[in-house]
Design a protein around this ligand. Sequence first.
Ligand SMILES: [Mn+2]
Length: 451
Amino acid sequence: MNNLYSNHRKSLMSRLSDGLTLLSGGAEVLRNGDVSHPFRQDSDFLYLSGVGEPNCHLLLDPKRRTSTLFIQRIDAHHKVWEGYVPGLAECRKLYGFERVAYSDELPKRLKKAKKGYRKFYPNIAALAKHAKLLPLKKKPCLELADLLQELRALKDEGELALMKKAGDITARAHRRVMDQARPGMREYEAQALFDSACLGSGLKHLAFPSIVAAGNNGAVLHYRKNDAVLKNGELLLVDAGAEHNGYAADITRTFPVGRRFTPLQRDVYAIVLETQKSCIEMLRPGLNSAELHVHSMTMLADGLKSIGLLTGDTTGLVESEAVRLFYPHGIGHLLGLDVHDGAGGSKRKLENPFKFPIRFVAKLEPGFVITIEPGLYFIEALLNDPKKRAKYKNSVRFSKAEKMLGFGGVRIEDDLLVRNGAPLNLTDSRVCPKEIAQIEDVRRAALCRSS
Ligand SMILES: [Mn+2]
């Protein structure tokens, strides 16, 4: 385990060998009174150290080939209220650092380490805290942040093992919701099924607040309220994931609250499912992620034509972005220590070959983990927007689309490892099915049990 982080430090130091790198980790954020928000370490700091404690710093000295972890000095008051925190010797062992010191020694140590260096690479938090200690030119953080994005995009074996476990437990938690959700429940009760399944399987933290959206709430892309009642005849969209040592899973399943999809739900679902499977098949090293996104737009546009919501030439529907009225997000994102894990650094950035804007344009490489998550939504704010109605009057059948308001949305999301040959799907569909027949089997059994 410790090797994982020391290897990350080594590769960073070999790339920034001409300067001293200083990172400050996260600090606790006060919620109110004496209560802090749950602490989550800064992802770059976690990548290089594995340390989950707040108020730490990391000094990387490539010339002397040393890395020093600075931890906070704990006083009696802290011990009384917060309890045990590992000390110097334990941190050395626990996190595999050759040097561990208290944070109050940082100025002195830094002064010594600065000798022989003209370049310094602080992260933003270190710059904010230690600006006086570092002679810096402007925008000094960008190079470090960019390099960390580049390094973090490629997952090594140790990271993949963590992500696989996060994926496995997340898939099982989704299955539990599919097995136990029933009409009359609140969304947060379904959320409790998911969240507690992750905690109960040894993963204490979620990668993001679970999105549990019934019916029309499925049309809210980052829905957070989770308090509506699940109604028979509606769909339930669950987009949620656990994290394991900081490494995220991010899976979405959409299924009927009752036993079966309605014919209309089935049609919309089948379009999204075919698109998702086709995009997964297309995944390979060297592919421009923009091509993948446009492929999903094309398939969804064709599908929307087949159910009479769009009309006209498919290429035109993609290029004019008419399809974005029903699919207003990208095909996916890199996944890692952040659920939206950056875009692989500026080196991998490609020219967008299309005439319309696309957010994630990068060349895919073996070792990337990417989500594939097409969706279709019926969003009032888009379908009733007068400007959009004027612009797309010849391509969107608004009279028909209006009748879809209230439907909500369908999204299907798996996590994929890009590798030579076919990608590896980290989301086990035998555990949390995405095929219509299998979902209906699970729901039928679920509602038989609960009735
Ligand atoms: Mn996602």
